[in-house]
Design a protein around this ligand. Structure first.
Ligand code: ADP
Ligand code: ADP
Length: 227
């Protein structure tokens, strides 16, 4: 079964209770699942665990049979809630750095620069290429973070409320751009949102995450999904 396979995932932060307890989830390759759930139920922890940012957890996370995060040949794009941009680098340098770290190494320098330009254009922020993150609005930083995640052509894309800082009109526009681009990439996507409409628009399946550790995930089909 090809896809992202999470088995029996348990995360306990130091001195705390379990943030996640025995979570099982399977996302087939090139699927997009949205997650809805109350604040504090463990959505970010789930994404961060998949991204390799949680140091100690119990359970197994694998992609197409390869264990994560030890297996560094699986590229993961993460759009964290706080955008995660490096403040001392310009917008384009942030993206360039991510591409270098993720070793988009088969590209020539020129192709790399072209890809950066294309993604910035696609997100409507080409004019911000030389700006520094802290001089940008939240919504602009969010678009940089999305451009950066797409630019590395990840197999797995993890988005933690990626459109939360956008005004309603920009959000609709970016949702549309996101869907168009998502469809052209072989990317398996987990998308956290607080917005029920967004969950229905973007989710092939919708995961309701609860604070009940005995039964944390309810995965529902979305008959309205139409990408
Ligand atoms: P959500 O994204 O659904 O709001 P989180 O994954 O951020 O939930 O948090 C799940 C639980 O883990 C919460 O109880 C939160 O307080 C706790 N938690 C999150 N991050 C940390 C941390 N770095 N240290 C200790 N506890 C944490
Ligand atoms: P730093 O993080 O040290 O500022 P960058 O990420 O900006 O470095 O640049 C990484 C590499 O890309 C460097 O080798 C740099 O020479 C090259 N580079 C920087 N800007 C451009 C550009 N506009 N076009 C092509 N290559 C560039």
């Amino acid at each position: 079964n090809r896809g992202l396979d999470i088995r029996n995932l348990t995360v306990e932060y130091q001195g705390g209770q379990a943030a996640l307890k025995s979570v099982d989830l399977f996302l087939p390759e090139h699927s997009i699942y949205t997650i809805l759930g109350p604040s504090g139920c463990g959505k970010s922890t789930l994404l961060r665990s998949i991204a390799g940012l949680v140091k100690t957890y119990h359970g197994e996370i694998s992609y197409n049979g390869k264990a994560l995060p030890e297996q560094d040949q699986v590229l993961i794009g993460l759009v964290p809630q706080n955008y995660g941009l490096l403040p001392w680098k310009t917008v384009q340098s942030n993206i360039r750095t991510a591409m270098r770290i993720s070793n988009s190494g088969t590209l020539t320098k020129q192709q790399q620069e072209q890809r950066i330009t294309n993604w910035l254009e696609s997100m409507g922020i080409a004019d911000l290429a030389h700006r520094y993150p802290l001089s940008l609005s939240g919504g602009q930083q969010q678009r940089v973070a999305i451009a950066r995640a797409f630019a590395i052509s990840p197999q797995i894309m993890l988005l933690d409320e990626p459109f939360s800082a956008l005004d309603a009109i920009t959000r609709e526009e970016i949702q549309r751009i996101f869907l168009g681009n998502w469809n052209s990439l072989p990317t398996t996507t987990l998308f956290v949102t607080h917005d029920v409409e967004e969950a229905i628009l973007l989710g092939e399946k919708i995961i309701m995450m609860t604070s009940n550790k005995e039964d944390p995930l309810i995965v529902m089909d979305n008959p309205l999904f139409s990408i």
